[in-house]
Design a protein around this ligand. Structure first.
Ligand SMILES: [Zn+2]
Length: 588
C-alpha cells in the first residue's frame, strides 16, 4: 500500500469505526471467544482483499443474513459452517468488496438492452431467426428493434442483396404483424421490414430525402435498407408508437428495462449502482420494482435537478430503504455539455474551433440555488462538469454555498461528476472543500486519443483526467462507466484509470494514472464514501452488508493485458449469490 492509498484510507478511518459500532450493536463482532452460530453463506479458500484498515487480507468470509459476520482465514472458518451453511470454495480467486458503479444511467442502460443485440450474428438467416423468436414473445403491433448487424461480419453474403445489404422479403415473411427496425453496426443505416415501412408511410413512390437514401431493387421495389437521413422516416414512426403507448404499457416497458439493467449490472459484478439522474416518477417505478423483487442490485439515486424543489426533495428522500436497496439523497445537475460535441465549457477556446469556449447548460445561479437547497435538505449535490471552466464555476458555487451554510456544509460531500478537464489551480481546491471527483476511467482511454484535437497537446497533458494529481492531494476519486455511454463492465474503467492504454496502443497521460490499489478503492471504499455509505459498504468487514464480488483473475497482480477479459465469477449481494458465471461449478 503506497502513501497515497494510506492517505485515502486514513480519510476513511472514521467510517471503519462506524462499521465497528454497527457490528457491535448487531451483536456480530469479531469475537474469538464466542462460539458462533453457523453462517448462512461461507466463502473459503479465497484471495480476499478487504479494503478494510484492520485486516486488509483474508481467505475466508462468513455471512449471516444480509451481513458479514466474520472475516478471517481457514483456521477459523470451520466453526462457522453448519449443516445448512452454503459454502463456496473460491479456488484461490480474488474476492473484493462488492463493486460500486459510481456514475451511470440505470434506466438508460436497461432501455439500451430492450432491443435485440445483433453484434454477434454470423448471417442474415440468424438475424431473421432472432426476430422471429422475438416476435413470438410480444403482442402483434409491438415494434421489434435491434442494433449491431453488419453484413461484412457474416459468413455468407445475404441472398438476394442490394449493394451487399440484405433485402426485406424473408424477414417480412416471418414478422408480418410486427414492425421491425434494426440499426446497422455503423449507426449510419437501418433495416426495416414491410410492416415498419408501412407504418412509416414509405412505399416504392417515396423519394430519398436530402442527405439520405432508400435502397431499391432493380425493379424499383424497396429493399428495406435506409441510409443516413432516410433513417429518420423510420425513427419518427417508431417514436410515434412509443408515444402512443398507454401509461400502463409505458410502465411495463420501464419495468422490463429495469430488469435488464439489473441483470446487466450483476453480471459484471456491480452490487450498488449510483444512478446519475432520475425523475420522481422513475424513482416511484424503482420502488415498485424493488418491492416486487425485480432488483438484486442496490440503487443510490440522484434526483434530476429539474425536479429539485423543497417539496419534492422531502417527498423522494429515502435512505437505505427496502433492505438497503434504495437511497435517494442526492441531486444531479449539469453545468456543461461534452468535449466530443465541443459543448464542454472551457477556460480558453477550443483548439479546433478557436471562436468557441463551449457553454454553460443549467445557469450557475440555478446551480447555486440547488446547492443551497441540497444543504438545507441534507442532500448531496452531484454536478456534471467536463470543461475546466465548468469545473471552476462549480467549485466557486460550492465554495460560496458552503460559506453561506457552514453548519450544513460539514461533511456535505458534494461531488463533481466527470471532472475531466481541470486547471491545476482548481485541482487544489477539491480537498479543502471536501469535494469528491466522480470520474470514469473508461472515458480517459476512449476520449484520450482525440482530446488533443479539442484542447491541444499541452492542455491535454496538464489538465485532462488528472487522477494522480487529485489523489496526491488526498481527494476521494471514484470511478464508473457512464453506461449506457460505455459498457457498465467495471473492468474497462479500472483498466483505463490504471493503464491509460487506448485502442491505438498508446498510453494516455501516463503521469496521471492511478495505482491498482487506488483503482480498486475507486470502485469500492471511495465510491461508498462518495455516497455517505461507507459504514455499510465498500469493504469486507464484520458488520457491513454482505456484498462481495469474486473475479476470475487477480486484477491487482496479473500483467496489464490480462486485466481485460477478467469477469465476475460470483456477485454476492446481501449474502446471496445473485450472479454466477456460466460454467462455474461451485462446491456447495
Ligand atoms: Zn452521465
Amino acid at each position: 500500500m503506497n502513501t497515497d492509498m494510506r492517505k485515502l484510507t486514513r480519510r476513511m478511518l472514521g467510517c471503519s469505526l462506524t462499521a465497528l459500532l454497527v457490528a457491535v450493536v448487531a451483536g456480530c463482532g469479531n469475537d474469538a471467544d464466542r462460539a458462533p452460530s453457523p453462517a448462512d453463506l461461507v466463502l473459503r479458500n479465497g484471495n480476499v482483499v478487504t479494503m478494510g484498515e484492520a485486516q486488509p487480507r483474508a481467505t475466508a468470509v462468513a455471512m449471516t443474513g444480509d451481513r458479514i459476520s466474520w472475516v478471517g482465514d481457514e483456521s477459523g472458518i470451520e466453526s462457522w459452517i453448519g449443516p445448512d451453511t452454503e459454502v463456496l470454495d473460491l479456488e484461490g480467486r480474488l474476492a473484493v468488496p462488492g463493486l460500486i458503479e459510481g456514475h451511470a444511467h440505470f434506466l438508460g442502460l436497461g432501455r439500451s438492452r430492450l432491443g435485440l443485440d445483433l453484434m454477434d450474428t454470423r448471417s442474415w438467416d440468424e438475424v431473421i431467426a432472432r426476430v422471429e423468436e422475438a416476435s413470438r414473445e410480444v403482442p402483434p403491433g409491438t415494434w421489434i428493434v435491434g442494433r449491431g448487424w453488419h453484413q461484412s461480419k457474416w459468413d455468407l453474403p445475404p441472398e438476394p442483396s442490394v449493394r451487399g445489404f440484405p433485402v426485406h422479403d424473408a424477414m417480412s415473411a416471418v414478422s408480418p404483424d410486427h414492425p421491425v427496425l434494426l440499426s446497422h453496426a455503423s449507426g449510419h443505416a437501418s433495416f426495416a421490414n414491410a410492416r415498419a415501412m408501412a407504418e412509416a408511410g414509405v412505399g416504392p413512390e417515396t423519394a430519398s430525402p436530402n442527405g439520405g437514401e432508400i435502397l431499391r431493387l432493380p425493379d424499383g421495389r424497396l429493399s428495406g435498407v435506409f441510409v443516413e437521413n432516410a433513417e429518420l422516416m423510420l425513427d419518427s414512426a417508431y417514436s410515434r408508437w412509443l408515444e402512443s403507448m398507454t401509461e400502463q404499457q409505458q410502465i411495463a416497458r420501464t419495468r422490463r428495462a429495469i430488469q435488464l439493467a439489473n441483470r446487466e449490472s450483476i453480471r459484471f459484478g456491480i452490487t450498488t449502482f449510483q444512478d446519475a439522474g432520475a425523475s420522481p416518477a422513475t424513482i416511484e417505478v424503482y420502488r415498485t420494482a424493488i418491492s416486487e423483487g425485480d432488483l438484486d442490485v442496490r440503487l443510490w439515486v440522484m434526483l434530476s435537478e429539474a425536479h429539485a424543489t423543497p417539496d419534492t426533495l422531502d417527498a423522494v428522500r429515502v435512505v437505505d430503504a427496502l433492505d438497503h436497496r434504495l437511497t435517494v439523497r442526492a441531486i444531479k445537475a449539469y453545468a456543461d455539455g461534452a468535449l466530443g460535441t465541443r459543448s464542454a465549457w472551457l477556460l480558453e477556446p477550443y483548439e479546433d474551433e478557436p471562436g468557441s469556449v463551449g457553454h454553460n447548460t443549467v445557469p450557475m445561479e440555478r446551480i447555486r440555488e440547488v446547492a443551497d437547497l441540497a444543504l438545507a435538505h441534507g442532500f448531496q449535490l452531484c454536478t456534471h462538469a467536463i470543461g475546466d471552466r465548468a469545473n471552476r464555476e462549480v467549485l466557486d458555487v460550492y465554495e460560496a454555498a458552503f460559506a453561506a451554510n457552514p453548519a450544513a456544509a460539514v461533511d456535505a460531500r458534494f461531488r463533481i461528476e466527470h471532472a475531466q478537464i481541470l486547471h491545476p489551480d482548481d485541482v487544489k481546491r477539491f480537498a479543502p472543500l471536501g469535494v469528491i471527483a466522480a470520474m470514469q476511467g473508461i472515458h480517459s482511454i476512449s476520449d484520450g486519443p482525440w482530446t488533443p484535437d479539442r484542447i491541444g497537446a499541452e492542455r491535454t497533458r496538464i489538465r485532462a483526467f488528472p487522477f494522480r494529481d487529485l489523489l496526491d492531494d488526498g481527494v476521494v476519486v471514484m470511478n464508473g462507466t457512464d453506461a449506457p455511454v460505455e459498457s457498465v463492465d467495471p473492468i474497462g474503467s479500472y483498466y483505463g484509470a490504471i493503464t491509460g492504454l487506448t485502442v491505438d496502443g498508446e498510453v494516455f497521460n501516463p503521469q496521471h494514472l492511478m495505482t491498482r490499489e487506488e483503482g480498486l478503492a475507486s470502485y469500492t471504499i471511495a465510491a461508498a464514501y462518495g455516497a455517505h455509505a461507507e459504514a455499510d459498504r465498500g469493504s469486507i468487514e464484520t458488520g457491513k452488508l454482505a456484498d462481495v464480488t469474486v473475479l476470475s483473475r487477480d486484477i491487482l497482480t496479473v500483467p496489464e493485458p490480462e486485466i481485460q477479459g477478467t469477469y465476475a465469477v460470483y456477485t454476492i449481494i446481501g449474502g446471496k449469490v445473485v450472479w454466477q458465471a456460466a460454467g462455474e461449478s461451485a462446491s456447495r
